[in-house]
Design a protein around this ligand. Structure first.
Ligand code: GLA
Length: 455
């Protein structure tokens, strides 16, 4: 059985890092979660109507597949006589197994929530010390996904305490024999990105997001872990140094999407969605999918942008931040094509000329190349671009250019960015990254036609 057995059976090497290998989240997971719209006001109808909306709106066809029940689903006062968690009968009169069957019948998967503590964040019973029993119960219900929070940690807040608490649930999930995607939610505590990969399929690296572009909030520190009401720019800036810690099977989780919340402008939502996709955060929606408008759907279903997440592009890395302008990049696995993302967090539109020396840093061969540049939100194509590119980036907006060389290009130079599917950083002056290994390349290659990734 794919998922049976822990220890060596569950670990594999990915780019030099041992990663959880339960066969899940080879690409960042996509779905929807109850918390940001409904908080504790959930019931089986909330979940079912959301699942139906994900199907009817077509979101399911773009990869949004997990419907995750967050906090507050169980009887708050405690467990039953056998020590099992009990679904609150006033919210879930037909039980979670019935609900899971309904969600599965729609072609979707279902997730549930607990905490690696004595109580959840909303003070419901949680799973510390009860890992095997709870995992077995969820598996018997047909659960496919666990979001595992960090509240009420019983004093086990050191790095080792975190590792112990989160590993116990990994092992419990594994021993059920059911593939259950394991989403750690410890808010970046104890630098989870340095130890999360062998334990979980993703790990929250910051405090809770709110639908705010960049306002500082006392609840959310500018640096460091934890907090609430964190803005998009706060989380993005925290993620910048650790993006390459994520890879197939284990991803940095920048928290749920706030696309579809009206206090963000369309440009802010596009910037947010682009960056969460390019950094390969899980793409878990949080808006009310039963009431979404066409503008929200258009953002969430933009195939060009989804391809930054679900396709073979490398995890994005930040090339520079200069005042309100940031430049980020992704590479194609063959190291021929580039995604160049320029974001503008400033208060007005900006027109700027980006010299190729700022994109292809220390890479004179590529700097000298000629490119076809396709802007991925507008699909506008610029041919024969050479030396520099002049772009306009809207206030709180983003410009996303796919650079494809017009002719032959040598790959015998350093790129300085990491390749897809690895946690390593490529390359020396005589190597180019390719599919996770370093390959000697000394010849000139003709750029191939890149296949569009279908997922
Ligand atoms: C924490 C998590 C949130 C949400 C709430 C539920 O704050 O980070 O995502 O799950 O708990 O209480």
């Amino acid at each position: 059985m794919l998922f049976k057995g822990v220890g060596l059976g569950v670990l594999s090497f990915v780019g030099g890092v041992t990663a959880l290998n339960n066969g899940l989240a080879r690409k960042p997971q996509m779905g929807w979660n109850t918390w940001n719209t409904f908080g504790c006001n959930i019931n089986q109808q909330t979940i079912l109507t959301a699942a139906q909306a994900i199907k009817n709106s077509g979101l399911i066809d773009y990869g949004y597949e997990y419907v995750v029940i967050d906090d507050c689903w169980s009887v708050k006062s405690g467990r039953d006589g056998q020590g099992n968690l009990v679904a609150d009968p006033s919210k879930f009169p037909n039980g979670i197994k019935w609900l899971a069957d309904q969600v599965h019948a729609l072609g979707l998967k279902i997730g549930i929530y607990s905490s690696a503590g004595t109580l959840t964040c909303a003070s419901y019973p949680a799973s510390l010390g009860r890992e095997q029993q709870d995992a077995k119960l969820w598996a018997s219900w047909g659960i496919d996904y666990l979001k595992y929070d960090n509240c009420n940690d019983a004093g086990q807040s050191s790095q080792q305490g975190n590792i112990n608490r989160y590993t116990a649930m990994r092992d419990a999930l594994s021993s059920t024999g059911r593939p259950i995607l394991y989403s750690l939610c410890n808010w970046g505590v104890a630098q989870v990105w340095n130890w999360g990969a062998p334990i979980g399929n993703s790990w929250r690296m910051s405090g809770d997001i709110t639908a705010n572009f960049d306002a500082a909030n006392n609840g959310c520190p500018a640096t460091g872990s934890g907090g609430y009401a964190c803005s998009i720019m706060n989380i993005l800036n925290k993620a910048a140094d650790i993006t390459t810690k994520g890879g197939p099977g284990g991803w940095n989780d920048l928290d749920m999407l706030v696309v579809g919340f009206s206090n963000l402008t369309p440009d802010e939502q596009k910037l947010h969605f682009t960056m969460w996709a390019a950094i390969k955060s899980p793409l878990i929606m949080g808006h009310d999918v039963t009431k979404q408008n066409s503008a929200t759907l258009a953002i969430l279903t933009n195939r060009n942008i989804l391809d930054l997440s679900q396709g073979t592009w490398s995890v994005a890395t930040r090339t520079y931040v200069r005042s309100n302008i940031q430049l980020w990049q992704q590479n194609s696995p063959d190291n021929i094509d580039r995604i160049v993302i320029v974001l503008n967090s400033g208060g007005g539109d900006q027109t700027l000329t980006v010299p190729f020396s700022d994109i292809f840093v220390n890479d004179s061969t590529r700097q000298a190349g000629t490119y076809t540049v396709t802007e991925l939100w507008t699909n506008s194509v610029s041919n024969s671009v050479k030396g520099q590119i002049t772009i306009t980036v809207k206030k709180h907006g983003v410009w996303v250019g796919k650079f494809h060389p017009s002719g032959a290009i040598s790959t015998s130079v350093s790129t300085g960015t990491s390749s897809a599917g690895t946690r390593t950083t490529a390359a020396t002056t005589t190597t180019a990254a390719s599919g996770g290994s370093q390959v000697k390349v000394s010849s000139t290659q003709t750029s191939p036609t890149r296949l569009q990734i279908i997922y």
